[in-house]
Design a binder for this molecule. Structure first.
Ligand SMILES: Nc1ncnc2c1ncn2[C@@H]1O[C@H](COP(=O)(O)OP(=O)(O)OP(=O)(O)O)[C@@H](O)[C@H]1O
Ligand SMILES: [Mg+2]
Length: 249
């Protein structure tokens, strides 16, 4: 079964198509990169897949559940780390996680179990009573990842989880992403960093709401520059050529 199935999906805001006739599928356990320039429709697509936004046209299902007819069930099956909001700065780590657990209706026993397991997973060394505002950005993003998977969802949507994070922390964050995938979780991730995109199994390229390419990093390089040695092509070249419309060199 596919973890994510999208067929002819469109989202309109007034007359404007933020997402236009997009179709793709993501397999279980895949690390799926979702790339595109600012305003390409990435976050909008994710919001549909998390059961937060009703599509204007087409269909989408996550973990086999239709997002339109069963949004409540979809919300239970997905973890979502949103692009703008992560955690409450004026609450401690423990308070933030407890609050998330309450929203997710986790019972106390399950919550404490998962919290201990996941803080160990990110190798959290500080006190849980640390205020989130006092955490370095990279650690805040890791704690935010913990919050998004507290209820043990099958599919995790990470919308620019490493934006503004230093290289060492970005690398660590990707280690966590790989660990999640290795235990069978499906990770759907957006990024503007091409070194991160390189670590995805497959990449979807979005442009002005449309899906313009979908393949492995290696194949995207081959198809985008058929006359060049793929080893000498970077994903940055592919992105600029495909998404930003620069002519092939
Ligand atoms: N609620 C809304 N009402 C009207 N227009 C919207 C709304 N949400 C998004 N848009 C528009 O839809 C387009 C796609 O936005 P979206 O946030 O999905 O892009 P994105 O690919 O996530 O961009 P970024 O890389 O900047 O996060 C943009 O032009 C945006 O301004
Ligand atoms: Mg976005």
């Amino acid at each position: 079964m596919n973890s994510v199935d999208v067929k002819n999906l469109s989202v309109k805001f007034g007359d404007f198509y933020a997402v236009k006739n997009v179709s793709f599928a993501v397999a279980e356990g895949e690390i799926f990169g979702f790339l595109g320039a600012n305003g390409a429709g990435k976050t909008t697509t994710i919001r549909v897949l998390c059961g937060l936004l009703i599509p204007s046209e087409g269909e989408a299902s996550v973990a086999g559940i239709d997002v339109q007819s069963n949004a409540i069930e979809v919300k239970k099956q997905v973890g979502y780390m949103s692009q703008k909001f992560t955690l409450y700065d004026d609450m401690t780590v423990a308070e933030n996680l407890a609050f998330t657990a309450a929203l997710r209706k986790l019972d106390d026993k399950k919550f404490l179990e998962r919290k201990a397991q996941l803080l160990q997973f990110i190798r959290f060394q500080r006190s849980e009573d640390t205020m989130v505002r006092d955490l370095p950005g990279g650690i805040k993003q890791q704690v935010s990842l913990v919050a998004s998977v507290l209820h043990d969802p099958q599919v995790v949507f990470l919308d620019e989880p490493t934006a503004g994070v230093s290289p060492a922390f970005r690398q660590r964050f990707w280690g966590l992403i790989r660990e999640l995938a290795s235990v069978g979780k499906t990770v759907f991730v957006t990024t503007h960093y091409m070194d991160e995109a390189e670590q995805c199994g497959r990449i979807a390229l979005m442009k002005d709401g449309e899906l313009i390419a979908l393949d492995s990093p290696e194949n995207l390089k081959k198809y985008s520059f058929p006359h060049k040695n793929p080893k000498r092509v970077s994903l940055e070249d592919v992105f600029i050529h495909q998404v930003e419309g620069e002519p092939a060199r």
